[in-house]
Design a binder for this molecule. Structure first.
Ligand SMILES: NC(=O)c1ccc[n+]([C@@H]2O[C@H](COP(=O)([O-])OP(=O)(O)OC[C@H]3O[C@@H](n4cnc5c(N)ncnc54)[C@H](O)[C@@H]3O)[C@@H](O)[C@H]2O)c1
Length: 259
């Protein structure tokens, strides 16, 4: 019989490490983690780790035969700056990888007749405001406004939100018996600041880097113009948001993707 579990992909990253710690306190289900890299030793005891690639279909097929995933937190991704340097690889990891995980969740939902929750951290990179005048005018935007990303990462995130909505609402809609769909939920995060880890590969890395340098009494030479304004969020709030989104009753949610 398959073992019930929560799957976290990209678990060795910044959000993953914080999420494992919180989930281990709040959930009775075992946590399975999947990442190219090892889990830091101080939290390794809180989960079972598989070192591997989300693009490895054989590996995913093996996990599906062993586990029944109640929830999938799909965090594995190439972040924004790395994605601009390697757009094809970004597309493979961010889009093909997400598609593979959505397929896993879709098949598991059908097999067990109950939706698998699929939690996807998207990004404010999904927005693209054309210039500073418009940015100053439209300080608050709705989820559906300015969905014109200007980066590979932003394109990947916006498209994956749409893929998630497709798999949760329209997948196999032409088949005679409508299958059980997965339950896709996504949050568009701003830059995140953790007290314990430093980011790499993202557009907003300068924010946390500056704070970590200040905390160590070190100078920091920031390349960003002084009048630049970017939103940030503290890591514990981001983790709480993911857990609350995962726990929210479906009938209370008005949309699948939110900021
Ligand atoms: N940190 C932020 O400021 C922020 C903001 C918005 C959205 N997000 C999203 O949240 C998620 C997690 O972000 P993070 O800050 O923890 O990023 P991170 O770079 O710290 O972690 C990403 C993890 O994914 C893993 N990974 C990459 N490619 C993989 C592959 N092919 N197979 C398996 N694992 C792979 C990496 O090894 C890494 O541990 C990402 O989807 C990111 O886009 C993060």
């Amino acid at each position: 019989m398959r073992k019930k579990a929560i799957l976290i992909t990209g678990a060795s990253g910044e959000i993953g490490q914080a999420l494992i710690t919180s989930l281990a306190e709040s959930s009775a289900l075992p946590i399975l983690t999947l990442d190219l890299h090892a889990i830091p030793p101080e939290i390794a005891a809180l989960c079972s780790h598989v070192a591997g690639d989300i693009l490895d279909h054989k590996l995913l097929a093996r996990l599906v035969t062993e586990y029944d995933f109640e929830t999938i937190f799909h965090l594995a991704a190439l972040l924004s700056t790395r994605s601009e340097f390697s757009p094809e690889l970004a597309h493979q990891v961010n889009v093909d990888g997400t598609l593979a995980l959505l397929q896993v969740a879709a098949e598991q939902s059908q097999r067990r007749g109950r939706p698998v929750s699929f939690i996807f951290p998207s990004s404010i990179a999904a927005y693209g405001v054309p210039n500073l005048d418009v940015k100053a005018r439209d300080r608050r935007v709705k989820e559906w406004q300015w969905n014109s990303p200007t980066t590979m990462y932003g394109c990947n995130k916006l498209y994956c939100e749409q893929l998630g909505i497709y798999y949760s609402k329209h997948y196999q809609q032409l088949s005679a018996s409508r299958p059980m769909m997965l339950d896709f939920r996504s949050l568009r995060f701003p830059g995140l600041i953790s007290a314990y880890t430093v980011p790499s590969g993202g557009t907003t890395d300068y924010g946390p880097e500056m704070l970590h340098a200040a905390a160590q009494g070190k100078p920091y030479d920031c390349f960003v113009r002084p009048d630049s304004v970017l939103p940030f969020m503290a890591m514990p709030d981001a983790v709480t948001a993911l857990l609350q989104l995962a726990a929210a009753p479906a009938e209370r949610l008005t949309r699948s993707s939110t900021t």
